[in-house]
Design a protein around this ligand. Structure first.
Ligand code: 5AD
Ligand code: FES
Length: 348
């Protein structure tokens, strides 16, 4: 039998491979191997979650950021970014609109912006939970102290997303300024899990300097952490960053990683990301068929959408949330799945 398919079978059984085995798949896979992998990924995910694709309402509430990650369009030194902050009231209005549209999960995402104190974040979280008790609240606001994470959890936050970006120290150093470290990123992720958050890590595919071995390390780290969610999308250059002339990650490699993550953590909640939809018109549909089971349409007010640009050519920045839901519903049924509105909690 085909060597790569043998490795895929092994991963399906054991949920882990060695770094060199993962790297071998990443280097040598063919379209036939991919189909073999995706078929397995769909079967596993359907065993756990059926045909459901969960919807998360993304509220991008600030594009101020104190960090200077080299890939990111809202990095501190992106001088042309038009900065904005939503008030507490505007955030609650977004949630209200979202609730009426059927959303039962809100993801509050922003740059690392110290304008929002822990107290403000906790107020926003507890107010959303008070008004919409049947909803899950997810935070995605970066690296904080364990004490801050504990406060958010006590205020009622259910989930936290913090991509690790790359599990290799040296690679991490090439993507980030020296104040940031992989060690602290991993500390945050283990604190979050330990506190009781449904926790998400993740990485970009095709980021500058990334090797097959690096991607293999990402998979091994994910297996170690056992996150509830994994966010994976292609790297896409942003014109106002040092990586403006770098190549974007490919559809094919992103889909492969989605399939491999599904086999590594069978129960994982795995979004078909907006970045994937940006590099290919059918990217998100293909992501679902490779093992993804979440989509995250944008709920931010229309006038700020075009300002939260982590990368160039981002899709859906001109569409109302309602239009995105209708569009996503059609896209997802076109590949045989069903867009659902419940909280979509992690299943053991
Ligand atoms: N291309 C693709 N994804 C990006 N992100 C940041 N910048 C880019 C880019 N240029 C991702 C990072 C971050 C998440 C919110 O968005 O992985 O964690
Ligand atoms: Fe936003 Fe299609 S999902 S317009």
């Amino acid at each position: 039998m085909d060597r790569i398919n043998v490795l895929i079978d092994k991963l399906e059984k054991e949920h882990i491979l060695s770094q060199s085995e993962f790297a071998e798949i990443i280097r040598n896979h063919t379209p036939e191997n991919d189909e073999y992998l995706f078929e397995k990924a769909r079967t596993i995910r359907e065993k756990v979650y059926g045909k459901a694709v969960y919807m998360r309402g993304l509220i991008e509430f600030t594009n101020y950021c104190k960090n200077d990650c080299l890939y990111c369009g809202i990095r501190r030194s992106a001088a042309n970014a038009e900065r904005y902050r939503l008030s507490e009231e505007q955030i609650l209005d977004c949630a209200e609109t979202g609730y009426k549209l059927g959303f039962r999960t809100f993801v509050l995402q922003g740059g690392e912006d110290n304008h929002y104190s822990d107290e403000m974040i906790c107020n926003i979280v507890s107010e959303i939970k008070k008004r919409f008790p049947d909803c899950a609240v997810t935070l995605s606001i970066g690296e904080k102290s364990r004490e801050s994470y504990e406060k958010y959890f006590s205020a009622g936050a259910d989930r936290y997303l913090l991509r690790h970006e790359t599990a290799n120290e040296e690679h991490y150093g090439k993507l980030h300024p020296k104040e940031l470290s992989l060690k602290n990123r991993k500390r945050c992720l283990s604190d979050l899990k330990d506190i009781g958050f449904q926790t998400g890590c993740g990485f970009m595919v095709g980021s500058p300097f990334q090797t097959a071995e690096n991607l293999a390390e990402d998979l091994i780290y994910i297996h170690e952490l056992q996150p509830h969610m994994v966010g994976i999308g292609p790297f896409i250059p942003h014109h106002d960053t040092p990586f403006r002339n770098e190549k974007a990650g490919t559809l094919e490699m992103t889909l492969l990683m989605l399939g491999l993550v599904r086999l590594t953590v069978p129960n994982v909640l795995l979004p078909a990301t907006t970045a994937l939809g940006t590099i290919h018109p059918k990217g998100r549909e293909k992501g679902i068929l490779a093992g993804a089971n979440v989509v995250m349409p944008n709920l931010s007010p229309k006038d700020v959408r075009k300002k939260y640009l982590l990368y160039d050519n981002k899709i859906c920045t001109g569409d109302e949330a309602a239009e995105c839901i209708a569009c996503l519903g059609r896209r997802i049924s076109s590949v045989g799945y069903e867009l659902v509105t419940d909280r979509g909690d992690f299943r053991k």
